[in-house]
Design a protein around this ligand. Structure first.
Ligand SMILES: O=C(O)C[C@H](Nc1ncnc2c1ncn2[C@@H]1O[C@H](COP(=O)(O)O)[C@@H](O)[C@H]1O)C(=O)O
Length: 467
């Protein structure tokens, strides 16, 4: 992403449309070209510090290098790359320019470009994950948990195959997303904690370091410790790509849950269903031609950006192939990984806002359930009859539903008139009769399980309960 100065000249909508203001500022700290060089320079600094630890460089080199790292800027590195045609060497040359001549020899000593580039990329992904993405996801889980708890007893028509099924509660429905996102959040934490760095030279066999120190693996360990990273058990010129592939899978599968929720809410905002909706502001316009329209624009945007993001994981899988000890065909493609992460982050932030102002239409929820009330008692009726000994209750009730469709009489009325069923009816409890008279009572364990699930995840994720 480029700087905010000429934002409307940028080519990607990620810059000029979707990550304005605070979000742009946050993403830029980790994923702008300027940030990329800063993080790479930070790894170069860790190298100098380690060379000092091992008695190779003088201590003064550290302060010199710190100043050089501070002064790095992308323009300068790009200008230098015009000469070198090699971006890491361009960065090294810029750092060298900014230290006194007697310290220049230590910069990048023993390193290959991707000891710096790959390790810095892992650092950025981990830092963004821990400092920005996980807190935003936690906030979303908190917001959905609030809705789940508040609406734990709000009965909603459950739908399978787009058809009326049996009731659920809106809270329990939401608790499903709490559980799925909680699970993804823990996976992202795990995948991120598994990411490793490297400092092992041009073919990964520590050839260059072995000319500088007795134990190159110890050197690598000390260097990476300074960056809070573990070493990779084996590397070529690049870090083995599987762990970043797992992490990006974590990103894309988290996005899948968010897209699934958004798509469902888009349907729930359909004119015919109209059970939930995005809050509409006073001056907001739904359609440029139909003044009455209230469109689910945020849910649609999230689904759309999910569609842009999912195919990008194919590139990540393709980057697993790297010829012998390395080729450069993963270099350009890996520059797009931050877009995958950024899209998820922006979708989470957008959904956070929508969830905080989600509108539920309780009347429509009831109306939609009532419209199907008569037929949805078929399942509880057949199970009660079978439990009490009816030999073929499913078929008996199926026939009643057909008769109901033909005659317009209610299924329950037909069942009560059926002499063959009387003896089973007598055995039902009051609560069961209540279910047959009003299937809104047929919500199983939904209410208790909603509370269990939201409490479980607020404990597990250390979310302060506001409900
Ligand atoms: O430590 C080394 O550099 C070892 C060297 N391999 C390289 N490792 C890392 N970067 C290299 C390498 N080769 C080129 N370049 C430079 O990478 C830049 C690629 O630009 P882009 O395709 O836009 O991602 C672009 O600036 C390229 O010049 C080797 O020969 O094995």
């Amino acid at each position: 992403m480029s700087s905010e100065r000429n934002i409307f000249n940028n080519l990607s909508p990620l810059d000029h449309r979707y990550s304005r203001g605070e979000n742009f500022r946050l993403l830029s700290q980790y994923f702008s070209e300027e940030a990329r060089f800063k993080w790479e320079a930070r790894v170069e600094l860790a190298l100098i510090e380690t060379l000092v630890d091992f008695g190779i460089a003088p201590k003064k080199a550290i302060d010199q290098m710190k100043k050089a790292v501070e002064s790095i800027n992308a323009d300068e590195v790009y200008k230098e790359e015009e000469k070198t045609k090699h971006n890491t060497r361009a960065l090294v040359n810029c750092l060298r320019e900014n230290v006194d001549s007697e310290f220049r020899q230590y910069i990048h000593l023993g390193a290959t470009s991707f000891d710096i580039v790959d390790t810095a990329a892992i650092l950025r992904y981990k830092a963004f994950n821990d400092e920005v993405l996980i807190p935003a996801l936690k906030e979303l889980i908190e917001k959905i948990s609030e809705v789940a708890y508040r609406e734990r007893s709000t009965v909603q028509l459950g739908r399978t195959h787009g058809q009326a099924a049996v009731p659920v509660t809106f809270g329990y429905y939401m608790a499903g997303f709490v559980s799925r996102l909680g699970n993804r959040l823990e996976s992202l934490e795990n995948y991120s904690s598994e990411l490793t760095g490297q400092f092992s030279g041009a073919v990964g066999a520590y050839n260059s370091l072995s000319l500088l120190v007795d134990n190159p693996v110890e050197f690598e360990t000390v260097l990476l410790n300074k960056l809070d990273l573990n070493r990779s058990e084996h590397s070529t010129q690049i870090i083995p790509p599987e762990k970043i592939t797992d992490y990006i899978h974590g990103i894309v599968s988290t996005f899948g849950v968010i897209a699934d929720l958004s798509d469902d809410f888009r349907h729930l905002q359909r004119s015919e269903i109209s059970e939930t909706g995005e809050a509409f502001s006073e001056d907001q316009v739904g359609s440029s031609t139909m003044p009455q329209k209230r469109n689910p624009i945020n849910f649609e945007n999230i689904k759309s950006s999910w569609k842009v993001t999912v195919p990008k994981i194919i590139t990540v899988y393709m980057d697993q192939l790297c010829e012998h000890q390395r080729d450069l065909t993963n270099s350009s493609s890996a520059r797009y990984y931050p877009e995958i992460i950024s899209h998820l982050f922006l979708a989470i932030k957008r959904l956070n806002k929508v969830m905080a102002r989600l509108v539920l239409d309780h009347e429509n929820l009831k109306r939609n359930l009532d419209n199907h009330k008569d037929m949805i008692l078929a399942e509880p009726l057949y199970i009660m009859l079978a439990r009490e000994g009816h030999p073929d209750a499913h078929e008996a009730v199926r026939k009643l539903t057909l008769k109901s469709e033909e005659t317009g009489k209610k299924v329950l009325e037909l069942a009560q008139e059926d002499e063959g069923l009387n003896k089973y009816f007598d055995k039902l409890t009051t609560a069961e009769k209540d279910i047959l008279n009003n299937p809104a009572n047929y919500t199983g364990a939904a209410i208790n399980e909603t509370v269990e699930i939201v409490n479980n995840w607020s404990d597990r994720l250390n979310i302060e309960r506001t409900w």
